[in-house]
Design a protein around this ligand. Structure first.
Ligand code: GDP
Ligand code: GDP
Length: 443
């Protein structure tokens, strides 16, 4: 269970710059997603051994028609609803503006820890101006410069200090397959959940030891226990204001972080929206499994072909994901949802012998030469599967810097062609060999 940290603040205070600084120049692995104003808005990072998810809420595209004030409000409310710690960014050069007061009003007493940050303090001369931010009533501002890297480690420590103790997060749910039902408001998540567990409600019980949401349910499917996540969020629907999709996104983030396989529910009458793709992109980035559940199929007169084309175009980055066309209302195909998700879960448990992986990768290298930079060419010395759930592969190379995204994708496709791993993301890590032989140049 990874805590979520959200960055909020009015436009131009430096959220995106700080986000990139905190993420630390990692390679972006999610292709551009429509509907985002930034290259990336989510990232999993590790601070002092603690894994957290960082969200730049300023990068979410709100309803196109909404006013600037509504945008900021939506951003802040999303952070309050879905984040564990909120970083509230202000601009020390501009001082306290009325929009800052408005954000502070929303944040004060919201029940979530808030770290107030006076940004753009590029040099010590500007530090004294930060005192003004006490007026926001959120305590002492931390003085940083996202652009120049000042005060960043203190900021990290402040955030870490607000996280729940790690032991509190340990739960008894470890080896149950964990499925999260996620999606935008009104796509039919609750109805689908009811359709899945409906008649068997009698054997649905509350999960013991799940800390974040006592209302997660354990579902018994043909002798297999399954944990269904974030059903509580669905039941608490009253709090979700229609129209602001931020909420569902951050809520989905929390659920995805905890699950093995996400059931991404979409509305067939809307094809795939930008927000659906956001969620899909995050499932991939979090290295989870996914089943795309196209709901409200009863309302569609066209054929599956039209959809399949649209999906394969828009979900290029997850072409291996199974798609189900269902109607929670009529029950059409609902019985396939959990079995399909469990199939993806099983794919995630698969472990290949070292030799098999090594041979496959080396054959792939023979079939298509690795990339080169200048005179240096990538050499792959050894490959093996280092973990399951998610299936993780370690590849020992002469120089990890030479690995190119497209070549990684090529290797991934080769693995999938032979071994399936249908519906689940794979994790790769490229490690430099400890072999000190001089590097051959040229081919
Ligand atoms: P956002 O709209 O809050 O995400 O803000 P951006 O990250 O896009 O930054 C807005 C502007 O402020 C850009 O021109 C940045 O270069 C600039 N900026 C961001 N951080 C700093 C900083 O620490 N110091 C200074 N001087 N400028 C900054
Ligand atoms: P949630 O916000 O994602 O949990 O969505 P709900 O389960 O509350 O459903 C939103 C609306 O869509 C409700 O009015 C449902 O009756 C309707 N709905 C859900 N599933 C279906 C379906 O398969 N077919 C049709 N026609 N309507 C559906």
């Amino acid at each position: 269970m990874k805590p979520v940290i959200a960055i909020v603040g009015r436009a131009n205070v430096g959220k995106s710059t700080l986000f990139n600084r905190l993420v630390g120049g990692r390679i972006a692995i999610v292709e551009d997603l429509p509907g985002t104003t930034r290259d990336r808005i989510f990232a999993d990072v590790e601070w002092s051994g603690r894994k957290v998810t960082l969200v730049d809420t300023g990068g979410l595209e709100p309803d196109p028609g909404s006013s600037l004030t509504q945008k900021v409000k939506g951003q802040v409310e999303a952070a309050i609803a879905g984040a564990d710690v909120i970083i509230f960014l202000t601009d020390v050069r501009e001082g306290v503006l009325s929009a800052d007061y408005e954000i502070a009003d929303l944040l004060r007493g919201c029940g979530k820890p808030v770290v107030l940050v006076a940004n753009k303090a590029d040099n010590a001369r500007l530090d004294s101006q930060a005192a003004e931010f006490y007026r926001l009533g959120l305590g002492e501002p931390l003085i940083v410069s996202g652009q120049h890297g000042r005060g960043i480690s203190l900021l990290r420590e402040a955030v870490l200090g607000h996280l729940p103790a790690e032991s509190e997060e340990v739960s008894l749910e470890l080896d149950l397959p964990k499925l999260a039902i996620v999606g935008r408001p009104n796509v039919g998540k609750s109805m689908l959940l009811n359709a899945i567990v409906g008649e068997e409600r009698a054997i649905v019980d509350e999960a013991p030891g799940t800390t974040r949401d006592a209302l997660d349910t354990v579902y018994h499917y043909q002798g297999q226990k399954v944990l269904l996540i974030d059903t509580a969020g669905i039941r608490r629907r009253g709090r979700v204001e229609e129209g602001i999709e931020y909420y569902s996104l951050l809520r989905a983030l929390n659920a995805i972080n905890r699950c093995d396989v996400a059931l991404l529910v979409t509305d067939a009458t809307e094809f795939l929206t930008a927000q659906d793709l956001h969620i899909a992109g995050y499932v991939k980035e979090a290295c989870k499994g996914m089943v795309l559940v196209v709901n409200k199929w009863d309302l569609v007169s066209g054929g599956i072909e039209d959809y399949a084309d649209c999906f394969s175009e828009r979900l290029k980055f997850m072409s291996h994901v199974p798609v189900l066309y269902v109607s929670a209302k009529t029950g059409h195909n609902v019985e396939k949802v959990v079995p399909e998700a469990l199939q993806v879960w099983r794919e995630r448990q698969k472990r290949l012998p070292d030799k098999v992986v090594d041979k496959l990768i080396k054959d792939a290298v023979l079939a298509q030469s690795p990339p080169r930079k200048g005179l240096k060419r990538l050499r792959i010395l050894r490959a093996y599967q280092s973990d399951v759930n998610p299936p993780s592969f370690t590849i020992i190379v002469n120089d990890p810097e030479l690995m190119h995204f497209s070549y990684q994708r090529y290797l991934e496709n080769r693995l999938r062609q032979t071994f399936g791993f249908r519906g689940t993301a794979l994790r790769f890590s490229f490690k430099k060999t400890t072999d000190k032989r001089p590097e051959r140049t040229g081919v």
